[in-house]
Design a binder for this molecule. Structure first.
Ligand SMILES: [Zn+2]
Length: 125
C-alpha cells in the first residue's frame, strides 16, 4: 500500500514563490528543513489562462513540473508525489476505483457526443 499524501508535509509552489524578490517569476528557493539543512529547489512560472502567473517547482528528483512537493516523515527531501510514490487516501478504496471507471466511461461517451460528422461522414473535432 502506498504512503498517503494526507500524511505528509506539503509545500505549494505558490507559497514558495513568496520568497522570490518582487517582479521575479523564477529562480531557486531555499527551504529549511527542521533546522537541520537547507534544500534548494528550482521554481518556474507560466502565464495563467485567466491572467496571473502559475508557479511550478521543478522536482529535484525527476525534473518534472509540480505544483506541490511533499516531505514524508521518514524522508529528508521535498520531492513530487510520483518520486515519493504517494497516493491519496480516497484512491485506496474500491468504491473510488469504481467511480473512476464510471467517470472514464462517461467521459468517453461525452467525447463521442460532442464530435460532429459532416455530410461525407468525416468527423470534425
Ligand atoms: Zn519527481
Amino acid at each position: 500500500m502506498k504512503r498517503l499524501v494526507e500524511e505528509t508535509f506539503s509545500l505549494t509552489a505558490k507559497q514558495a514563490a513568496q520568497a522570490l524578490p518582487v517582479s521575479v517569476n523564477h529562480g531557486i528557493v531555499e527551504v529549511k528543513i527542521a533546522d537541520l539543512y537547507v534544500q534548494k529547489i528550482s521554481l518556474a512560472s507560466t502565464p495563467g489562462n485567466a491572467g496571473g502567473i502559475i508557479y511550478w517547482f521543478l522536482c529535484p528528483g525527476c525534473g518534472r513540473k509540480a505544483r506541490k512537493l511533499y516531505l514524508p516523515l521518514d524522508e529528508a527531501a521535498f520531492l513530487c508525489r510520483k518520486c515519493h510514490n504517494l497516493g491519496y487516501a480516497a484512491q485506496q478504496s474500491r468504491v473510488f476505483k469504481r467511480k473512476c471507471l464510471a467517470y472514464a466511461v462517461n467521459a468517453a461517451r461525452m467525447q463521442i457526443l460532442t464530435s460532429t460528422t459532416d455530410c461525407l461522414g468525416r468527423t470534425e473535432v
